[in-house]
Design a protein around this ligand. Structure first.
Ligand code: M6R
Length: 614
């Protein structure tokens, strides 16, 4: 959603703040701002709409500098994207705040503050925070206490960075429901929403827990828990490399991340497959008893991660586990009947998606036996709050449209399904199917590489979308969610309205939409549903529909230009891993269509990488 960065040092920290904002732009990018305490001990601020680059120019022009400061990149929730609504907010020239999250009782606080004579300059929910801190500073000059009193009055989610004219050597930070890390350098300290913002300056960091508040100084940082008791938080060393967040020879992060999938999947598999089985201990020491105890599966996630859950349902069911899948934003408001022997699985790239986190907390209250998350960010809230975490090891994903996170989630889910299968199908030993599945997993990186070789052909086919505003995606079985994911990718980055259907549903309504202006993308692997799918293809062909079909060569489907049918052959793959492989051409298609449409591929309008508010 939004991104926060802050610093205190014996040098000018504005370049660090700008660099941190750039690295976190994927969290939100409709406006950005920065505030420092300058050499006259005044709060000096610059804000701009648009990208961090515009803010950077303003900061250079105004020669803004200081040893302590905070900065923010925003994704609008309350109040349109504008300079006035951009953070940091300032109260009476004395306090400045950056906020990530949502303050639910902001209207009530605003009413009280207006009555006390505070003047509002923005439409945001966040501005009440800075006035409330200023109000509490009237009792004493202690910034930490004023922030403590303020957060006790807030309802909602927040990560805050606060500076104050009268506390020139202290940066105060606190969090509840939104992430925050503190990075420790030599005589300088940094804060950020996530470690990727700080990789150019520090490696050592700690993650604040829910309700923690910290006074951050150059040499000493003191952390208090939600009860006000001084606590230590574990010092960690970040394994992120700055290369991970650089484009290299690619034009876009999405392009880079699509091409990184051979490597990222290799890393997901690394150390987790043995000669003939999944090394489930690699999932953590608690994995075995938790998996032994599992009778049913509940999968909950959002967006692309939800599509991964939908694919995984086919695997879990086929291996004998009753499985239920739901989007987190719906699950959290239902009253499901729970079999306590159900393993509650969340899937999330970021591990900070507010709906998914709330669903996990709700699941704990409902009495699910155990929780497991499939996640890409080890320091994330989801990982810390789940009984078991399987890390996808995809590396930082910067493009807003999820690509390598999705395929690595699928790989992790397939490994988990195979591990569970051994409890239902093969007893304690190993059988031929398990051996075949494990061997198939080993072939994945090479097969991903093969699928990427189709890029030139796909680039040509993408031209068919140049003047199109709508598209249909069709698939059957586990490839129906792959069609859903293909449609989501096209929508997100090329702004073409795309809908996915289980191909058998076509005749129940969507067929009415089919004509020569509606491209129909079909996912046609060689599986048990191929013959049924071919009938659905004929239904489209008979109505003059233009089709792009990704098919196994054995399908017999052929390009027929007169009939408006283009077939791109995907090298033969086993039906269990086919959903992972058939994702690749759909990602490439949406990427090349977006290039043709001239959209901002990595930062599509109205979207943010991590949706940390409801
Ligand atoms: O970080 P998460 O996986 O929890 O994020 C969930 C969705 O917000 C995310 O997958 C979103 O749908 C992506 N933009 C899809 O490309």
């Amino acid at each position: 959603m939004c991104g926060i960065v802050g610093a205190i040092a014996n040098r000018d920290i504005t370049p660090v703040l700008i660099d941190g904002l750039k690295r976190m732009e994927y969290r939100g990018y409709d406006s950005a701002g920065l505030a420092v305490l300058n050499s006259e001990r005044q709060i000096a601020r610059e804000r701009s709409t648009g990208r961090v680059a515009s803010l950077e120019s303003l900061v250079k022009e105004s020669n803004l500098s200081g040893n302590i400061g905070i900065a923010h990149t925003r994704w609008a929730t309350h109040g349109k994207p504008s300079v006035d609504n951009a953070h940091p907010h300032i109260s009476k020239g004395s306090v400045s705040v950056v906020h990530n999250g949502i303050i639910e009782n902001h209207e009530e606080l605003r009413r009280q503050q207006l009555a006390k004579g505070y003047k509002f300059t923005s439409e945001t929910d966040s501005e009440v925070i800075v006035h409330q801190i200023e109000f509490h500073l009237k009792d004493s000059d202690n910034l930490c206490e004023a922030v403590q009193k303020t957060v006790a009055e807030l309802e909602g989610a927040y990560a805050l960075g606060v500076i104050c004219r009268n506390n020139p050597n202290t940066l105060v930070v606190t969090r509840r429901g939104a992430p925050l890390v503190i990075g420790f350098g030599k005589d300088e300290t940094f804060i950020a929403s996530d470690m990727s913002a700080l990789i150019s300056v520090v490696r050592e960091y700690c993650v604040l827990e829910e309700g923690d508040i910290a006074t951050v100084r150059t040499g000493k940082t003191t952390i208090y828990n939600e009860h006000g008791t001084e606590v230590e938080r574990e010092r960690l060393t970040s394994s992120l490399s700055s290369d991970d967040a650089e484009l290299g020879d690619y034009r876009y992060f999405m392009e880079k991340e699509i091409h990184e999938q051979t490597r990222s999947i290799t890393e997901t598999l690394e150390g987790r497959i043995g000669k003939d089985s999944i090394l489930e201990l690699a999932f953590g020491p608690e994995a075995r008893p938790i998996l032994n105890d599992t009778q049913e599966i509940k999968l909950v996630a959002c967006g692309t991660s939800y599509h991964a859950a939908c694919v995984a349902r086919y695997w879990f069911e086929e291996f004998g586990f009753k499985t239920d899948v739901e989007v987190a934003s719906e699950f959290r408001y239902r009253t499901p009947v729970v079999n306590p022997k159900t393993l509650f699985i969340t899937i999330s790239q970021s591990g900070e998606t507010a709906d998914t986190l709330a669903a996990l907390q709700y699941a704990k209250k409902l009495g699910f036996a155990h929780s497991l998350c499939i996640c890409n960010v080890p320091e994330s809230s989801l990982v810390r709050q789940s009984d078991l975490a399987i890390m996808t090891h995809a590396g930082p994903e910067i493009g807003v449209a999820s690509t390598k996170a999705f395929t690595t989630q699928l790989v992790a889910l397939l490994m988990l399904a195979i591990a569970l299968r051994s409890r239902r199908c093969a007893g304690d030993g190993c059988d031929q199917q398990q051996l075949d599945l494990v061997n198939e997993l080993r072939t994945l990186p090479a097969k991903i590489d093969d699928a990427l070789q189709n890029e030139a052909l796909i680039e040509q086919v993408a031209k068919q979308f140049e003047d199109k505003n709508h598209a249909l995606f069709l698939g059957r079985g586990a490839h129906y969610p792959i069609a859903m994911e293909g449609a989501l990718k096209l929508k997100e980055i090329s702004y073409i309205h795309a809908e996915a259907y289980a191909a058998g549903e076509l005749k129940h309504g969507p067929l009415a939409l089919v004509d020569e202006n509606m491209p129909v993308v079909v996912v046609a692997p060689n599986d048990t549903l191929l013959e049924k799918l071919k009938s659905n293809i004929e239904e489209v062909r008979a109505r003059g529909g233009r089709m792009i079909v990704f098919a196994d060569p054995a399908s017999g489907l052929k390009t027929d230009e007169d009939e408006g049918m283009t077939v791109i052959n995907i090298a033969p793959v086993n039906s269990y891993i086919a959903p992972i492989i058939y994702t690749i051409p759909l990602q490439l298609l949406s990427f090349h269509v977006a290039l043709i449409k001239g959209t901002d591929v990595d930062k599509p309008r109205n979207l943010a990488k991590s949706v940390t508010v409801e």
